[in-house]
Design a protein around this ligand. Structure first.
Ligand code: HEM
Length: 446
């Protein structure tokens, strides 16, 4: 467990590979880079990443200390702000302490079980419509198809429909991609032609887009998330301003989109490689209606095990960013005020100390009988922890399971058992080859 009161405070051990090399090593093979750091430098060590010195926290004890943040030494705004600040300014994850608490309390009203039941009622038919467009075949690129699908779903559930038509939506989608990718570039000012510059233009486009559609949502009373943000009010009468709604919408759409896409994509990969699990999940889905309610979705036990295992193997947000706002220490290592800190939750998911045969796909490790995730409170934290823990965790889980549910009812698929996804880690992880699967309509020959 975390030892804030460790007896001796030492400086973090020195980094082992030079400046740009550390960033590139991470982009190339993040898990290996993290393991190397842990083995050579321990759970708290310094490294260079995208132009700054960071302290890397690895292993569940170090991650827990920063995420629990008992002495309020770590701020999210400084850490994430360095990476994505100009593009996701004033999103919930980029607020801290009192202000964060105030906004989170209001936003929570948009994620009650009743609201999620409303979103789920829209989700079922929208997923079905999206999947009807899929053209099965050998080498079907599942990842881009899922990305399009989750964007369409976001349009329905977050926006209450596609205002502006497909061209505007394509521009909005590209603006999101530009904002997400901007943060990990080496050039960190608006030089034309750089990722940073594209990100700034993307943010402007998104602000204009949401501001234009806001007055109608203030009026509408619809059941989509945008309308919810316009209408919600806490018991003591707190509401969001127009500026806040625009910033929260931009961040929420980003936070929901890539994370859900990569989760379903990883599930498709492993279920394609493990037909016995695909069949087991399918049997449970066939026992439910095509458009299940939230309560029915919660009964999909095997899908739940598979989702947890896939989030362990490929966490959509492998590292979390913070900045020390005062001198502090983690596991006895001094961290000076101002230092950027990365919380490497990914490595904890793969450590032999906490998981049996960690590289193996083994969803049963999450079963009630085994519960390997209980080996340490922070052995498994794909949704983070502490006050910034994902506010969309439950809704995201419902969305992912709804997509999987309908995929299983409509299709069968296989993936080469030896396939290893060539992942791109320049923003959130995704398979560079688009995840080729051999996809057929269920019950029909290939
Ligand atoms: C499988 C899907 C998802 C994963 C793996 C995921 C992961 C995460 C993680 C790791 C954090 C913590 C970041 C930190 O502490 O620095 C986070 C925060 C957040 N997520 Fe998610 N997320 C998912 C889906 C969603 C969805 C669907 C939404 C919205 C509908 C959402 C909205 C947010 C927001 C607003 C925060 C910031 C919370 C705060 O700062 O209080 N996420 N998410």
């Amino acid at each position: 467990m975390a030892t804030l009161a460790a007896p001796r405070v030492t400086a973090p051990r020195r980094r082992m590979v030079p400046f740009v090399g550390q960033t590139l090593a991470y982009f190339h093979a993040p898990l290996e880079a993290l393991r190397y750091h842990y083995d050579t430098s321990g759970p708290v060590s310094d490294y260079s990443f995208v132009g700054r010195k960071w302290t890397m926290l690895l292993g569940p004890d170090a991650c827990e200390t920063a995420l629990r943040n008992a002495d309020k030494a770590f701020a999210s705004s400084g850490g994430w702000g360095y990476l994505i600040g100009p593009f996701f300014d004033r999103g919930l994850m980029l607020l801290d302490f009192e202000e964060h608490h105030h906004h989170r309390r209001i936003l929570q009203e948009a994620f009650t079980r009743d609201r999620i039941a409303d979103y789920t009622a829209t989700l079922g038919p929208a997923v079905e419509k999206g999947l009807q467009a899929w053209q099965p075949g050998t080498g079907f690129r599942a990842y881009p198809a899922l990305k399009d699908l989750t964007l369409e779903l976001a349009t329905e559930i977050f926006m209450g429909g596609a205002d502006g038509g497909p061209e505007e939506l394509a521009r909005v989608n590209q603006a999101f991609i530009d904002c997400v990718q901007a943060g990990l570039g080496f050039i960190r000012f608006g030089l034309p032609g750089t990722r940073w510059h594209r990100g700034l233009k993307g943010r402007q486009l998104l602000e204009d887009f949401f501001r234009r559609h806001l007055p109608a949502r203030r009026e509408s009373g619809g059941t989509d998330l945008f309308s919810a943000l316009c209408q919600i009010e806490t018991d003591d009468g707190q509401r969001l301003s127009d500026d806040d709604i625009v910033s929260h919408m931009i961040f929420l759409l980003m936070a929901a989109h890539d994370t859900s896409t990569i989760t379903v994509s990883t599930m498709m990969q492993y279920l394609g490689q493990h037909p016995e699990w695909q069949q087991r999940c399918r049997e449970e889905s066939m026992a439910l209606p095509a458009h299940p309610t939230v309560d029915e979705i919660d009964t999909l036990v095997s899908a739940d095990l598979v989702m947890k295992e896939c989030l362990r193997l490929v966490p959509p947000v492998p590292g979390l960013a913070r900045q020390a706002v005062k001198d502090t220490e983690v596991l006895g290592h001094h961290i000076p005020a101002g230092r950027l800190v990365s919380i490497g939750i990914h490595l904890a998911h793969h450590m032999e100390e906490y998981w049996s045969d960690p590289e193996r796909f083994d969803p049963e490790r999450f079963s009630d009988e085994r519960r390997e995730d209980k080996s340490h409170r922070y052995a498994w934290s794909p949704f983070g922890g502490g006050v910034h823990k994902c506010i969309g965790m439950y809704f995201g889980t419902v969305e992912v399971k709804m997509i999987l549910h309908q995929l299983l009812r409509r299709f069968e698929w296989t993936v080469d058992p030896d396939y290893v996804a060539p992942m791109n880690y320049h923003s959130l992880p995704f398979p560079k080859d688009g995840l080729p699967v051999d996809l057929t309509i269920k019950g029909q020959p290939a």
